[in-house]
Write a protein that binds this ligand. Sequence first.
Ligand SMILES: Cc1cc2nc3c(=O)[nH]c(=O)nc-3n(C[C@H](O)[C@H](O)[C@H](O)COP(=O)(O)OP(=O)(O)OC[C@H]3O[C@@H](n4cnc5c(N)ncnc54)[C@H](O)[C@@H]3O)c2cc1C
Ligand code: FES
Length: 264
Amino acid sequence: MNHYEEHAEIVRQEQLTPEIFRLTLKAPEIASNARPGQFVMVQTSPCYDPLLRRPLSIHQTIGSEQVQLLYKAVGKGTRRLATMNPGQKVNLTGPLGHGFDLTGKQAICLVGGGMGIAPLYFLAREILRTSTPPKCVVLLGARTADEFGPLPRDFMEIGVTETYFATDDGSLGHHGFVAELLPQHLEPGHHWTVCTCGPHPMMKAVVSRCRKQGWECQVSLETMMACGISACLGCAIPRADLSGPYLHVCKDGPVFKAEEVAWL
Ligand SMILES: Cc1cc2nc3c(=O)[nH]c(=O)nc-3n(C[C@H](O)[C@H](O)[C@H](O)COP(=O)(O)OP(=O)(O)OC[C@H]3O[C@@H](n4cnc5c(N)ncnc54)[C@H](O)[C@@H]3O)c2cc1C
Ligand code: FES
């Protein structure tokens, strides 16, 4: 799959919560080739500190020219990114990896937790744009209602009619884990495909519920990544049967069929 390196101009930098930012960049080659679930490697500093690029999912593309990223400032690289302003340039490589597969799906449920919600917005938009599959339910989880920022409204505005929430403190929606919403909102009659991204324990719980119901499940995995282009082998994960060569999240993923990988 082709990827590009672009010296992308910042169009907008929005602070959505004390820690979460939304960055819009002009990157036409990446924008016109990106698929939901793919990511970019971002050079967060023009100098050598931090040296390595940071992986961020594509939150959405806007027209054929702009790419939007939704990120949490957690460390050196993302905090540095958060200080950058419109007009400044950021070097990006992408779109990278394999995205979600929507081919022939009848009913899709998106389950996102924390910053794992970032790629699911692009996916929801794509599902609604193509109108296939006809049924789309979105389940979102966070620690508190504030952590969602404007995302609940964003999903509603693109036309997702069935969005349900779970928070650890009960400040929005279900008081508990987002995986607990699956049996409440997915009718057993449909042949569901569940696409999920978020913290590992959340995805493990989602995978386990899908297995019990016989639903297909696609997972978007996160690992530390030094290169993002299959050169360093630092993103290796074991296969489901723990045999054979390791899978690499940057090249073979980040989206996998749940049954391909080991849930240790
Ligand atoms: C394919 C992929 C897509 C991603 N998409 C997004 C996204 O859309 N939005 C977003 O906010 N984050 C996303 N991440 C996580 C993001 O890459 C890390 O938060 C970022 O690299 C941290 O860099 P830093 O220099 O700010 O922090 P560092 O100083 O490198 O680390 C700060 C803290 O974050 C932890 N951390 C670093 N990298 C990761 C990682 N890959 N996964 C989990 N924890 C990590 C470190 O262990 C440390 O505790 C994604 C990761 C991958 C692999
Ligand atoms: S991040 Fe280097 S091989 Fe995957």
